[in-house]
Ligand binder design. Structure first.
Ligand code: UDP
Length: 240
């Protein structure tokens, strides 16, 4: 019989910033390859993996609002398109090492990727394919963290695994306070009341309302993605 792992189906959130690595380019292929290798490893164990990609390495809507007369919605659509670029890059990398992967976009770009269809996404996962959700929620004024929480709830994934460039959630900003300590576990309440910058409020409350645990962990620690997906203790666990 198959060994059992803590999670059967996970939602991995990869921010755009993480994809940039330490490169001056928008995307560091070493990072996408490291993600692909870890995901390949766990899918072969039978764990189903869905991914939501951010776009902040290319374009973040909120930081453009006001400049050049750009309204928020237009800026956010550009941001959503940026996530599609990352998704296609990640898909190509995964397929280059033999992981069957589908990209589904929140708004139609049917020459490029499938449109988001919940039942089809679930079917892909059941067949062992990785599904990358792109274009966020498809709506301006939202974030890809909210898209991660939303898709996680929709496809009945058990956890949001948020890959970042820090080890987890600290009780203070570790860049300013050298005595800041890494927190093992947190409640949703802690995150919202102490205004810890884990996810935006929309994303964290969506997780809370649907009892979706969130693990925040460092993507740049080798092997961490597969550890997080297999349910080993990494970073900070938010729940309860
Ligand atoms: N975005 C949006 N709606 C969504 C998700 C994303 O409008 O549902 C836009 C928004 O402008 C955002 C950009 O896409 O700044 C990139 O996404 P995000 O900032 O969440 O990426 P990350 O921080 O994960 O790199």
């Amino acid at each position: 019989s198959k060994p059992s792992y803590k999670w059967r189906r996970v939602l991995l959130k990869v921010s755009g910033e993480a994809l940039a690595g330490d490169q001056t380019q928008n995307i560091d292929p070493k990072v996408t390859m490291a993600i692909a290798r870890d995901v390949a490893f766990v899918t072969r164990l039978g764990i189903e993996v869905a991914v939501v990609v951010g776009g902040g390495n290319i374009f973040r809507g909120s930081s453009w609002t006001g400049s050049s007369g750009l309204d928020r919605s237009s800026a956010d659509y550009i941001g959503m398109l940026a996530t599609v670029m990352n998704a296609i890059f990640l898909q190509a990398t995964m397929e280059s090492i033999g992981i069957p992967t589908r990209v589904q976009t929140a708004f139609r770009m049917s020459e490029v990727a499938e449109p988001y269809i919940r039942r089809r996404a679930v079917r892909h996962l059941e067949k062992g394919r990785v599904v990358i959700f792109a274009a966020g929620t498809g709506n301006p004024f939202f974030t890809t963290d909210t898209a991660a929480a939303l898709r996680c709830a929709e496809i009945n994934a058990e956890v949001v695994l948020k890959a970042t460039n820090v080890d987890g959630v600290y009780d203070d900003d570790p860049r300013r306070n050298p005595n800041a300590s890494l927190l093992d576990t947190l409640t949703y309440q802690d995150v919202t009341s102490r205004d810890l910058s884990v996810m935006d409020m929309t994303a964290i409350t969506l997780c809370q309302e649907n009892n979706i645990p969130v693990v925040v962990f460092n993507l740049f620690e080798p092997g961490n993605i597969s550890k997080a997906i297999m349910g080993e203790k990494v970073g900070t666990l938010i729940g309860g």
